[in-house]
Design a binder for this molecule. Structure first.
Ligand SMILES: NC(=O)c1ccc[n+]([C@@H]2O[C@H](COP(=O)([O-])OP(=O)(O)OC[C@H]3O[C@@H](n4cnc5c(N)ncnc54)[C@H](O)[C@@H]3O)[C@@H](O)[C@H]2O)c1
Length: 396
């Protein structure tokens, strides 16, 4: 049956978990994907209880090992079409690798892994198996991120000179981890989060937004990783001056101590002909400034090709992406849904033995994930040498 929904298995997501919630809504958004199974918690007994209490029926497993190894014995119609990994960072690599080796596509939360060696292993495996793999860089899923990418990469604001890509939060301005808040406890523990706290958690989103929209890579960094909250084991403030692959420069910055800022991710790109500005907390529009012209504000769903700035021949896939009419606001969940929708399209092609893209144009792929970890490791090196310019490694 061509339109049978894809079956998704969750890895993580039980007992007070956060990011599983938007993901599972996004999976069900179109009726063409559904969650059917889960290994939701590290303790097998609790994992099964959590699955039994899930708001709709799913098959519970005591562990992800069990869930993955059970697939081979299931009838084809019941097998998982992909797994979603929503565990803390240190539990990304192992389930991802095991799922890939069992022939199951993977959609994994960011940052991809906690070491570059692990990320490189995943890249190697995905390339050799030629299997879909996505990384959940949520904000690429906003239609306005797609439009920003088109505008900048088409050269409509000229050559990129300077980018300010940022993610500002204030929720870790005090020692929240000492109060036992689950999300703060593992995010501030180097064994669970990786070598950088703030940088790994949200600096990677700012980096990915820059790379996605401009098509440029960071080649060298001069990094300052700072910890403002006393006794915290990882950075909570991350300020990185970057050289870009076209000779331009950028600031990639993130903080968790800026009281009042919630999920203030945004990007400003200054080109030789104009400037583009976008903020995810107001994700329905972007602004373009051109010299000696009135400012242009482009709203999702209300864009007219051939308006004197945008060309007549806008890409069909950009214009056709399903949306509700403008003025009925899209936001965070819609962005997640757009990522899962595009991942689904690649999985359906892969299942049919057809070529599939998985090229980073619709959602971040495993190479993008590797780049995020390479960036963090390079920033740690530079930060450890008082911000000396340090070159990024290259992915072979
Ligand atoms: N894309 C985004 O916008 C975004 C936002 C928030 C978090 N994240 C990422 O999502 C991941 C999870 O973050 P969170 O805030 O939801 O964390 P969380 O602590 O709320 O949830 C993690 C879940 O994983 C479970 N878990 C841990 N080890 C497990 C194991 N071995 N087997 C099964 N389940 C296990 C925990 O019990 C919990 O249910 C992190 O990698 C984080 O960086 C991404």
């Amino acid at each position: 049956m061509a339109n049978k929904p894809l079956n998704v298995g969750l890895i993580g997501g039980g007992r007070g978990a956060f990011i599983v919630n938007p993901h599972q809504k996004a999976i069900h958004f179109d009726g063409t994907r559904r969650v059917v199974a889960g290994a939701l918690f590290p303790d097998p007994k609790i994992a099964l209880e959590e699955a039994a209490n899930w708001p709709y029926p799913i098959k519970g497993y005591g562990s992800y090992d069990e869930m993955i190894s059970a697939q081979a014995g299931l009838p084809a119609a019941e097998r998982l079409d992909y797994v979603l990994i929503v565990t803390p960072n240190f539990v990304h690599f192992d389930p991802a690798m095991k799922a890939l080796k069992a022939g199951i596509p993977v959609f994994c939360e960011k940052p991809l892994t906690v070491t570059l060696e692990e990320s490189a292993e995943l890249v190697k495996t995905v390339r050799s198996l030629k299997i879909p793999f996505g990384v959940a860089h949520t904000y690429l899923g906003h239609w306005t991120s797609r439009l920003s990418r088109y505008i900048v990469r088409s050269g409509l604001i000229g050559d990129v000179r300077w980018v300010d890509s940022y993610y500002l939060q204030g929720w870790l301005a005090t020692k929240v981890e000492a109060t036992g808040v689950q999300q703060a406890v593992w995010r501030t523990n180097p064994k669970m989060a990786g070598g950088s706290g703030c940088g790994g958690d949200i600096g990677t989103h700012a980096l990915m937004q820059l790379r996605y929209v401009t098509g440029l890579d960071v080649t060298d960094v001069s990094a300052q990783l700072e910890t403002f909250v006393e006794g915290r084991a990882l950075d909570d403030h991350f300020t990185i001056y970057c050289k870009l692959s076209n000779g331009g420069k950028a600031l990639v910055r993130a903080t968790q101590i800026a009281i009042g800022h919630k999920n203030d991710l945004g990007i400003e790109i200054n080109g030789t002909k104009g400037t583009l500005i976008w903020r995810q907390e107001e994700p329905e529009c972007l602004t373009v400034h051109l010299s000696n012209q009135p400012d242009r504000v482009y709203w999702r769903g209300a864009v007219s090709p051939g308006d004197g700035f945008l060309p007549k021949d806008m890409p069909a896939d950009l214009m056709a992406e399903p949306t509700v009419p403008p003025g009925h606001p899209e936001a965070f969940h819609d962005a997640f849904a757009r990522l899962h929708r595009c991942f689904e399209a690649d999985i359906r092609k892969w299942k049919a033995g057809e070529p599939f893209a998985c090229d980073g144009s619709k959602y971040a792929n495993v190479e993008d994930g590797w780049m995020g970890i390479a960036f963090i490791e390079t920033c740690l090196k530079s930060g450890g040498s008082q911000g000396n310019w340090t070159a990024m490694p290259k992915l072979g």
